[in-house]
Design a protein around this ligand. Structure first.
Ligand code: DX5
Ligand code: ZN
Length: 237
């Protein structure tokens, strides 16, 4: 599915979140970077909906991953929707550059910026879809008043920084609360979950009301392969 189709789905008139089909976003953090183009093609051929791109600065999180030139190169080999997850301090400084590199959705961390409203405005100005992410311990109520401004809210199921961690089950309660609030207010804000998503955790997350499931190690380190992993997750949502 190309970017235009994705936007059509986002923009489809009267499509409440409940009617929108659930999506899988493959996190390339666990891909083999020595052949990133091939890894992307595998996920694309297997029918993944989005590519999730984790940007880490070694300050907001204790790890450093990839940045603008890599996203720029990725954009040349695929038309998939780029779901860019910024784990960097002062994200507002870089948003226009991530958009230029090819981001379709830019998600900033609530905890990474002095004024999340400024970061949200920057993303909107860039023309990208806008998301805000919460660490496992950050209460949902922090962003509740801003929900109508957001295309997506991202719930971290693990402490951001590394792939392959176990999902924190306490996060399920926050997701259920968010689902209820979004539905009650009739909003179209999507709920995304990231960290520890696999065949064991995904059924409950789906029941709790998640729309977009990010999976890294389950997809790219799966002994049965990328295509198997994506179709297995799809069967379970
Ligand atoms: C962690 C990243 C995740 C990570 C998820 O900070 O935001 O996107 O790739 O990895 P898994 O799916 O292995 O938990
Ligand atoms: Zn992520």
């Amino acid at each position: 599915m190309d970017v235009k189709d994705q936007f059509r789905r986002w923009n489809k008139k009267d499509s409440g979140v409940g009617e929108m089909s659930k999506m899988i976003s493959a996190s390339i953090l666990s891909a083999d970077f020595s052949c990133l183009g091939e890894e992307i093609k595998k996920a694309e051929t297997a029918g993944v909906d989005w590519l999730h791109i984790d940007v880490m600065d070694g300050v907001f999180v204790p790890n450093i991953s990839i940045g603008l030139p890599v996203i720029d190169s990725m954009r040349k080999v695929t038309k998939l929707f780029f779901d860019v997850h910024l784990m960097i301090v002062e994200p507002e400084r870089y948003i226009s550059y991530f958009r230029q590199a090819g981001a379709n959705l830019i998600t900033v961390h609530f905890e990474s910026t002095k004024d999340v409203k400024v970061a949200i405005a920057e993303v909107k100005k860039s023309g990208a879809k806008v998301g805000v992410s919460l660490k496992p311990e950050t209460p949902f109520e922090e962003i509740e008043p801003l929900l109508q401004e957001l295309d997506l809210v991202l719930f971290m199921g693990v402490e951001p920084g590394f792939g392959g961690q176990r999902f924190n089950p306490n996060v399920i309660t926050k997701i259920k609360t968010a689902r209820a609030v979004i539905d009650k207010r009739g909003l179209k804000t999507l709920i995304e979950v990231d960290g520890g998503v696999n065949e064991e955790t995904i059924p409950n997350l789906s029941k709790a009301g998640v729309d977009v499931f990010v999976a890294g190690s389950y997809i790219f380190s799966n002994p049965k392969g990328v295509a198997y992993a994506i179709s297995k997750l799809r069967d379970l949502i």
